[in-house]
Design a protein around this ligand. Structure first.
Ligand code: ATP
Ligand code: MG
Length: 380
């Protein structure tokens, strides 16, 4: 770490996210029984595999993780790091995001805990990874990920020695992107996660992401084969959506209308719950989404666009994009191999489509997106 480099505090972000959520928290956490059961079953056994939590955007991945953490008994010590709001362009940025640190004008502020044991005893249920001055120097020495990782192992072993089970959760891991330390940081991290799970059985590791192209890369990553599992957190199904809305006073007609247009996307359902005129809100949401898509296609048609995939630049073909989207006129989801790679990358990156490599399918990011696609594509 360099003095003067702005240092975001992990805990601040977590508290920040929760602060934001609190305004919304008049709406209680709903259901997710199946996913919670699956995650708890993982936590009940010895750590062996890395778990990738994935799903369409705004499906409730982070909310589910926070809920599971809140419900966990004291014997689990959770280290939760959300990289969403981080600007991660260098290895230092990543390390700063990982460790719970505070920056003052003259340098790093000490946390007041000098030894590892003191740090461990002060660890609460949810935190970034705590560190003291002594280890900080070591972790930053020579820009070696190995230093950071061997410190974390040491810390986790201390936690385990107190009879507790460490759990490491990284939300939005794809944000480390192409950060390099000799090789790509992501590979160093995957090796570290494998060490924590399959090799040492020391900590449970969960990685959450809303980037389905990232998950696709992971899915075909040889080093992770047989070393990870996938946990899908999709939008609510119809029955779950119905009970959610019922709890907020929706009539049968309103429930049917909400499902028809918004499907089970929690974030849209929350919009409907908060509004007085549900029909108008649905109309507004669809108009907005269709408008965005129309503009997107018009710009592409008239100005063209490019995309970079694996460092190569490709031109986007308007005709191919239209052809890909037309497949959704009659289908809700399609085989993931039926769209050409460039169009697939473009449509997924623009949050129009969601790719599920585990199921081998591609579908619009939401029901609203599907309807917007159908509306717009019928006119071109
Ligand atoms: N089970 C649930 N019960 C009530 N509200 C929920 C539930 N799941 C998600 N929400 C609400 O929906 C919104 C989106 O959820 P969240 O941020 O967890 O989605 P996400 O999948 O993590 O999104 P992203 O793809 O951007 O990472 C939040 O406002 C959250 O409070
Ligand atoms: Mg999230």
């Amino acid at each position: 770490m360099r003095p003067g480099v702005p240092l975001a505090v992990v805990l601040e972000v977590i508290v920040g996210c929760w602060g934001e959520d609190k305004n919304m928290r008049s709406i209680e956490f709903h259901n997710r029984e199946k996913e919670i059961k699956e995650i708890k079953a993982i936590l009940d056994t010895r750590p062996t595999l890395i778990t990738f939590i994935y799903g369409p955007i705004n499906s409730g991945k982070t909310e589910l993780i926070n809920h599971v953490i809140e419900e966990l008994p004291e014997e689990y010590v959770v280290f939760y790091i959300n990289l969403r709001t981080k600007l991660l362009v260098s290895y230092d940025d990543f390390i700063e995001s990982l460790f719970e640190m505070e920056m003052e004008s003259e340098g790093i502020k000490r946390k007041g805990k000098e030894t590892l044991t003191e740090l461990v005893s002060s660890v609460t249920k949810v935190a970034g990874i705590p560190i003291n001055k002594e280890f900080l120097d070591y972790v930053f020495k020579d820009n070696k990920p190995k230093n950071a990782f061997s410190y974390i192992i040491k810390l986790f072993e201390e936690v385990k020695a107190t009879g507790k089970q460490p759990v490491l959760i990284l939300d939005e891991l794809q944000k480390i992107g192409d950060v390099k330390v000799n090789g790509f940081l992501i590979y160093e991290l995957f090796n570290f996660f494998i060490d924590l799970t399959k090799e040492k059985h020391l900590a449970h590791v969960f990685v959450a992401t809303s980037d389905s192209l990232f998950i696709e890369n992971i899915y075909s990553e040889a080093m992770l084969e047989g070393r990870c599992r996938y946990q899908l957190v999709d939008d609510f199904d119809e029955a779950t959506t119905a009970t959610f809305l019922e709890g907020h006073g929706f009539t049968d007609d309103e429930k049917a209308l909400a499902w028809k247009y918004c499907g089970g996307k929690p974030v849209y359902l929350l919009e409907l719950i908060r509004t007085d005129d549900r029909g108008r809100e649905i109309e507004r949401l669809l108009r907005m989404r269709a408008g965005e898509l129309k503009t997107n296609l018009k710009t592409l048609k008239e100005l063209g666009d490019k995309i970079t995939v694996k460092k190569e630049h490709y031109n986007i073909s308007y005709e191919n994009i239209v052809c890909a989207l037309k497949m959704f006129l009659d289908e809700e989801e399609i085989d993931m191999w039926s769209i050409d790679e460039i169009s697939k990358h473009y449509l997924v990156r623009n949050n129009i489509l969601f790719l599920d490599p585990d199921k081998g399918i591609i579908k619009p990011q939401s029901r609203l997106n599907l309807l917007a696609v159908r509306e717009v594509i019928a006119d071109v």
